[in-house]
Design a protein around this ligand. Structure first.
Ligand SMILES: Cc1cc2nc3c(=O)[nH]c(=O)nc-3n(C[C@H](O)[C@H](O)[C@H](O)COP(=O)(O)OP(=O)(O)OC[C@H]3O[C@@H](n4cnc5c(N)ncnc54)[C@H](O)[C@@H]3O)c2cc1C
Length: 538
């Protein structure tokens, strides 16, 4: 069953190897597992629904006002969400959750919400990490869960296009496609629990976006139910017919309407795919090597360069302590010391083509001092690609809070930006005498720059408000630095509530006005997911 207050399936527990636990303790101190609130504690806080009785009666079983269903749709997966759920300090719940099964039912729910003047929040998998699906306090809210809009409608094998209900989850979507020899190739780390509609509405990026493309490259068309009517976006291969309306739906975060179906660009399942590891002596040579590969357009399907601290942490997490220590000593002896950085790259395609790409990649990397390491590390990454987030549960139970943030900047400022972000986070809790473990990787690379993905961990406090204050301090400091470095406030997680204050810096006042006016064209009532992408909404 899906965990109600953490990540993933509750039958899966990630084990933290002893060496990694000792390392964490030595860097940020011993954690203490303060007890969490129970689900019953949370249920006790769910207020009486403000939905008018005729509505719930009329739509039953479309709308559910049970306390447990409302509690399960109250928060997503951001660290503030975790802190609220684990402490039981929840201040807002949806007044009901609708589970429509077709466009007509979605229309009916939108009409009701409009007439009753209540807010409507489209809800996909609830994996948002920026407060996208959280109801606002004091605003009566209906959440519209799209999980029943989960069918395959059409698979056009000739055109390589597939149309699905927007509520379909990653694994179900891939299963449909693989059964016919195709793949979408969109694998965000949240893939098992996030939906097609959520990927589009939050402008998501999969781990192999370098090869398959970001969701905006894969998103060909859609059907959207909006407060002002139906919007049909046909899947043209390309079009010069004025501005592209798909661009307003991409990243709309539930504010334009409900995406009920989407057409995506698919590919035949590749004959071969694998992942390999190479170590580089330090971050500088690693960044230069990755830039070179990206700009030479060597045909890899993924490039993921960890900084020295992440490399060390990943090696600790890989377990096999003795083997890893032996490998570390051997690498040390040939000049790959504490500053070494691990690069994982993927190859995807025919056997022949991937063998060529692997040869070319390793040759190019050798020019930067890259040293291929045994097969194992790439395989470990592949095996754990969707398992790593489970460690967040384990760490929480050991008394540690873990969060991630990300941006993207041009190559010319990559090293400086990653350094200053890490520095402000590392020193962010100095005043209170708390230490922070922080590391980063480049995971999505482009011709002109790359995303910087930062992970940080700190000790939880007994008082949940203090833990939240620690997070807020770190997040605010990092966000200000990102803005100062002229990075985007989000490369892949979206805006929601947490990034809203920083949006103006990259869009400008006129840009914000253009976005608001475009969204208002679909929702003049301001009823769709209010407060998101808007400063001061919490
Ligand atoms: C462990 C973890 C790993 C992650 N890894 C990645 C990653 O690798 N790449 C990445 O890009 N993101 C990642 N994320 C973030 C998150 O998974 C993505 O933002 C994802 O796209 C959200 O999809 P969802 O279905 O869960 O949407 P939700 O969280 O349910 O909703 C997100 C937003 O989309 C809107 N929305 C959802 N469905 C619809 C619809 N049908 N119509 C209109 N609006 C809709 C909601 O209103 C909300 O504003 C990760 C999150 C976690 C917790």
């Amino acid at each position: 069953m899906k965990r109600w207050n953490g990540w993933g399936d509750d039958s899966i527990h990630a084990h933290l190897p002893n060496g990694a636990a000792r390392f964490l303790e030595s860097v940020i101190g011993a954690g203490e597992n303060f007890p969490d609130a129970s689900f019953d504690d949370v249920l006790g806080r769910v207020p009486i629904s403000r939905l008018a009785a005729p509505f719930t009666k009329k739509f039953h079983p479309l709308v559910n006002t049970d306390a447990d269903v409302r509690a399960l749709h109250a928060r997503g997966q951001s660290l503030p969400d975790w802190i609220a759920l684990r402490s039981g300090n929840l201040d807002a719940f949806p007044d009901g959750v609708a589970f429509p099964q077709n466009d007509a039912e979605v229309r009916e729910v939108i009409r009701y919400a409009r007439d009753a003047q209540i807010a409507l929040i489209p809800y996909g998998g609830g994996t948002s990490v920026v407060g996208h699906i959280n109801p606002l306090q004091n605003i009566p809210t209906l959440t519209l869960d799209v999980s029943r809009l989960n069918r395959l409608y059409e698979l056009d094998e000739t055109s390589h296009l597939a149309t699905f209900g927007a509520g379909i989850l990653g694994p179900a979507l891939e299963n449909h496609l693989r059964a016919r020899g195709f793949t979408l190739g969109h694998f965000p780390q949240s893939w098992e629990f996030s939906t097609l509609g959520g990927w589009i509405a939050a402008r998501s990026s999969g781990q192999q976006s370098y090869y398959y493309g970001r969701i905006e490259n894969l998103f060909a068309g859609a059907h959207v139910e909006t407060p002002l009517g139906e919007l049909e976006l046909p899947p043209f291969p390309a079009s010069a017919a004025g501005p592209d309306v798909r661009e307003i739906i991409l990243g709309s975060e539930g504010r334009a309407g409900v995406i009920t179906r989407a057409t995506v660009r698919i590919r035949p399942v590749p004959e071969f795919e694998n992942f390999y590891a190479v170590v580089l002596r330090d971050w500088e040579s690693g960044v230069n090597a990755v830039r070179e590969l990206a700009q030479q357009r060597v045909g890899v399907s993924m490039l993921r360069l960890s900084d020295a601290d992440e490399t060390f942490a990943n090696l600790m997490l890989a377990g096999h302590t003795n083997a890893i220590q032996f490998a570390q000593r051997a690498l040390n002896a040939i000049g790959y010391g504490a500053e070494k950085c691990m690069l994982i790259y993927g190859v995807t395609g025919t056997r022949r083509e991937t063998a060529r790409v692997r040869r070319e990649t390793e040759n190019a990397l050798r020019a930067f001092g890259g040293l291929p390491v045994p097969f194992l590390i790439g395989n470990v990454w592949k095996k754990n690609r969707f398992r790593a987030p489970y460690l967040r549960n384990t760490l929480w139970e050991m008394g540690y809070a873990l969060d991630t943030l990300e941006t993207a900047v041009p190559w010319s400022v990559i090293r400086e930006t990653s350094n200053v972000i890490k520095q402000v986070i590392r020193n962010g809790l100095n005043e209170s005498g708390e230490r922070v473990l922080v590391f980063a990787h480049l995971s999505h690379v482009y011709n002109d720059g790359a995303s910087i993905y930062v992970t940080y961990a700190f000790r939880r406090a007994r008082d949940a408000n203090e833990t939240l204050a620690r997070w807020h301090k770190l997040k605010t400091a990092a966000s200000h630095i990102i803005v100062a470095q002229r990075g985007t406030i989000s490369h892949q997680h979206g805006v929601g509530i947490d990034h809203a204050p920083y949006l103006i810096a990259e869009k400008g006042a006129l840009g914000i006005l253009a976005i608001e006016n475009s969204l208002r064209a679909f929702d003049p009532y301001g009823m769709m997911n209010p407060g998101k992408q808007v400063v001061g909404s919490r």
